[in-house]
Design a protein around this ligand. Structure first.
Ligand SMILES: [Zn+2]
Ligand SMILES: [Zn+2]
Length: 190
């Protein structure tokens, strides 16, 4: 167990100040401050009037888990699309749903959209990302759309797993087309 994990346990046991934690570990106040700040940033603890408190489980979940506005799946941190609109946040489980959702959001003021680079996991802007659509890799919904921060990575991925590389606007069109074609066609027998 690393020190940050131990700190979480100790806070739960009532070690609620930086000073008592520093004394417990025999390290400087600065060292503990650094850990505490990281834990705060990770959303695991909060500081109230100098007191360290664990962030409640349910508060954390509301913040971290979104339900896909398109298909209703719980969104996966690694793949999700997060649209920020004026006054609300809309989640999609993956780029497939995120792209399909885009048209439905029109009329709303979309302030930003964030997703993650499939390779590094770093946050990227959905609108400037590149998408590999309809590859054989299907981490969430099908036909899959996978986001990359740069075009070369997307192209390399498409070489290995198939699919084609598109920018945001084209990816929206293509996924929509594929969904239409994927629908069952019913022939009437006369
Ligand atoms: Zn979805
Ligand atoms: Zn999905």
């Amino acid at each position: 167990m690393n020190r940050k994990e131990q700190i979480l346990e100790l806070i739960a046991k009532g070690y609620n100040s930086v000073k008592t934690l520093a004394e417990h570990f025999g390290v400087s106040l600065m060292t503990i401050y650094r850990d505490v700040r990281e834990l705060e940033r990770e959303g695991k603890i909060i500081r109230r009037h100098g007191e360290l408190l664990l962030k409640k489980e349910e508060e954390k979940q509301v913040q971290e888990i979104g339900v896909c506005a398109y298909c209703g799946k719980l969104s996966d941190k690694r793949l999700e699309f997060v649209y920020r609109l004026t006054g609300k946040t809309v989640y999609a489980c993956c780029a497939h749903c995120g792209l399909l959702l885009f048209k439905e959001l029109q009329g709303n003021e979309v302030q930003s959209c964030m997703t993650r680079d499939f390779i590094s996991g770093n946050p990227i802007n959905c609108f400037s990302a590149w998408y590999v659509v309809d590859s054989s890799a299907v981490p969430c919904c099908s036909p899959s759309a996978i986001a990359f921060g740069n075009k070369e990575d997307a192209e390399k991925f498409a070489k290995g797993f198939g699919g084609k590389v598109f920018d945001f606007e084209s990816a929206v069109q293509v996924v929509e087309e594929l969904m239409k074609r994927g629908q069952k066609v019913v022939f009437e027998v006369r």
